[in-house]
Design a protein around this ligand. Sequence first.
Ligand SMILES: C[S@@+](CC[C@H](N)C(=O)[O-])C[C@H]1O[C@@H](n2cnc3c(N)ncnc32)[C@H](O)[C@@H]1O
Length: 217
Amino acid sequence: MSTPNLTTETERIRRIYDERAPAYDRAQGLVERLALGSLRRQFGALMSGETLEIGVGTGLNLPFYAPAVTRAAGVDLSEEMLARARERAAGLPFPTSFVQGDATELPFPEAAFDTVAISLALCTIPDPAQALREAARVCRPDGRVVLLEHVIAPARPLAVAQRLLSPLNERAIGCHLDRDTFTLARSLGFSVESVGSRLFDIFQLAVLRPPARATFD
Ligand SMILES: C[S@@+](CC[C@H](N)C(=O)[O-])C[C@H]1O[C@@H](n2cnc3c(N)ncnc32)[C@H](O)[C@@H]1O
């Protein structure tokens, strides 16, 4: 597939993750232990059937995909991240495919997947509302969108700290610390069922039901 036509901000994010790719898994180690705990495992267990992971990165979730997954596709802006996901996918018991693409303009037809999964990417995607609309578009009407994301904390002192630190983090690695992703999803018509959370409810796992198609027409 040819490189998508990206906005300046999306192109900046792509470059950041191309550069971060060789060290991403190592850098992520502490976050995994302190913040995510078993959430990645639970995230994978919620997948079934034909599954798309948006912002798949280096494929850290792939080893946790449930046996009910029949085929997996991954999309990401960064070819360097995808190269690592391809390596990680070798030997998985279902067919996989990986494609460079933008979450806000997915290279898949409507209703193509039973599960659409996103982890730690809606914090980084410049237009998370459009990414959620695209997730709903490619998800079958009876399918589900599974999200594992860090969001603004419900506790005010933590939220204040996140708001203060967010511009620095965003400049350095493109990641916003203060997004209210699940409120955004509800405002777009998704129903949201919380499954688990960690670290003062900053890291949250939830199953979303996509809104009726007409909502976005
Ligand atoms: C923090 S990493 C998370 C990777 C992986 N999901 C994980 O849980 O480790 C964010 C990923 O989102 C990807 N990304 C950011 N904006 C994107 C966009 N507009 N379309 C597709 N992928 C995007 C980045 O390239 C990066 O691989």
